[in-house]
Design a binder for this molecule. Structure first.
Ligand SMILES: [Zn+2]
Length: 457
């Protein structure tokens, strides 16, 4: 990690802080207006609201002097805006998404999901954090520098992140030239804690397979043949049991594993957040965060076999399971698939026939978290919080991050966010910590100033 003291002080920092503070009431009311639009991108919901949130986002950008278009490539509308910076200044691409998750059951919310409501310093509402506050952080940085923008800025606000970004690849193909930038800020992740900013530098990738085990060409009476002839469910279960060692580490040979940053995360917190039952141990070895962020994990997520209700005294001929494997950020998904496939074939018990089919795959993301842009980003976070950001990982995948990394290999990618551990994105009572949000806005405004200064030096 770079020491912020090696980067220069930002001369305009205190005035930027004051400027952002003065902007907060306007940012807050614009955020509330966006949150009132129920832009749920799940197809079962009324998609005119997603159109409305794209329009509202476009209007906000236009008001800051950006040239704006709404593009649609077979999916939900995305908003692209651009404004030039001074001659020779770097260009920053800012990402957020304007669609939201379904609210779930209204009864689970303490206030109506699409009526933003403040309680104890937090603004509650679906999308109040994920990710409409991400949009407003970008607007805040633009407003803070209005009339004297130190960098060129392109904004890309997607409309279907919550349903898997299906048309994102097409959008990047057809409009990617407009999005080229020196630095990309993807504001859709989280900070480590209230008071501790974070940059998300690793995301795990994913491999999902279906493994089918066969021992017989048809089912036979378990009383007649049981004892001499193996059934497929027992063979499948034995095969699955070889996927972990006794400690619970993934036992598939040849997979990559990394180490997470040394952050304080207790077993107590893990137990509480996951609902792990008393007496049930954790699995795996090494730090808990490494197990969840940087090492592979393997989970059996479904089994096809006769149900308990429909079972009879039969040796089942064929059974299958779906396995979901999270892989280290820098692991090539197809290498991981090959390793898993080989393991499953080699460990088939009793010569059972094994068939493995690939169900889904996704690359992880490992930021090259060094270099001048990262130095300035860390310094900008320190400007806002008074403390250096920590590097965190995310155990799951964020498909668009890998998509941007692939499309723009030369740009520095910064994964930032407005969320904190109590945000409950996707859940009932989603909320934004308003004090932290102001710091997010200061950090992004400071980043603009720092990148602009870097371009001039
Ligand atoms: Zn999001």
């Amino acid at each position: 990690m770079t020491d912020a003291s090696t980067t220069t002080d930002l001369p305009e920092l205190s005035s930027l802080r004051d400027t952002v503070r003065g902007l907060m009431p306007g940012l807050r009311s614009d955020l509330e207006a966006l949150t009132r639009i129920p832009s749920v991108s799940l197809p079962a919901f009324d998609q005119t609201h997603v159109d409305a949130s794209a329009l509202a986002t476009a209007e906000l950008l236009r008001a800051e002097g950006l040239e704006v278009e709404i593009v649609r490539e077979g999916g939900a509308p995305a908003v692209i805006g651009h404004i030039d910076g001074p001659e020779g200044a770097p260009t920053v691409l800012l990402y957020a998404h304007h669609d939201v998750q379904p609210p779930g059951d209204d009864a689970d919310w303490d206030s109506a999901p699409f009526e933003p409501t403040e309680r104890a310093g937090r603004l509650y509402g679906r999308g109040a954090a994920d990710d409409k506050a991400g949009i407003m952080a970008h607007i805040a940085a633009l407003r803070a520098h209005k009339g004297a923008l130190p960098v060129g800025v392109t904004v890309f606000v997607e409309g279907e992140e919550e349903v898997g970004s299906d048309s994102l690849m097409t959008i990047l193909e057809r409009h990617g030239d407009k999005l080229a930038a020196d630095a990309i800020v993807l504001a859709d992740s989280m900070n480590w804690d209230i008071g501790t900013p974070a940059l998300t530098t690793t995301l795990r990738g994913l491999i999902r397979v279906v493994v089918t085990v066969s021992t017989l060409d048809h089912g036979v009476h378990s009383g007649m043949f049981g004892g001499a002839v193996p059934d497929a469910i027992s063979a499948l279960v034995r095969l699955i049991s070889t996927l972990h060692d006794d400690e619970g580490n993934v036992a598939v040979a040849g997979l990559k594993a990394g180490e997470a940053a040394d952050l304080d995360f207790s077993e107590e917190r893990l137990r509480e957040e996951s609902g792990l039952l008393d007496g049930v141990s954790t699995i795996g070895s090494g730090s808990l965060l490494s197990r969840m962020w940087t090492k592979p994990s393997l989970t059996t997520i479904g089994i096809n076999a006769p149900s308990v209700e429909k079972s009879s005294n039969t040796l089942v001929p064929t059974a299958s399971a779906k396995l979901s494997m999270r892989i280290a950020a820098d692991e090539a998904p197809m290498d991981a698939f090959a390793a898993l496939e080989e393991h499953l074939r080699e460990h088939a018990p009793w010569g059972a026939k094994v068939e493995v089919t690939l169900d889904d795959q996704g690359a992880g993301f490992a930021a090259d978290a060094s270099g001048p842009v990262y130095d300035q980003a860390r310094a900008a976070f320190a400007d806002a919080w008074g403390t250096e950001p920590v590097d965190i990982g995310v155990g799951g995948s964020i498909p668009f991050v890998a998509a941007f990394a692939e499309r723009f290999p030369d740009a520095a990618i910064l994964v930032t966010g407005v969320e904190d551990p109590d945000t409950r994105a996707h859940g009932a009572n989603e909320s934004l910590h308003l004090g932290e949000f102001e710091k997010v806005c200061v950090a992004e405004a400071a980043l603009f100033a720092r990148l602009g200064a870097m371009g001039r030096s």
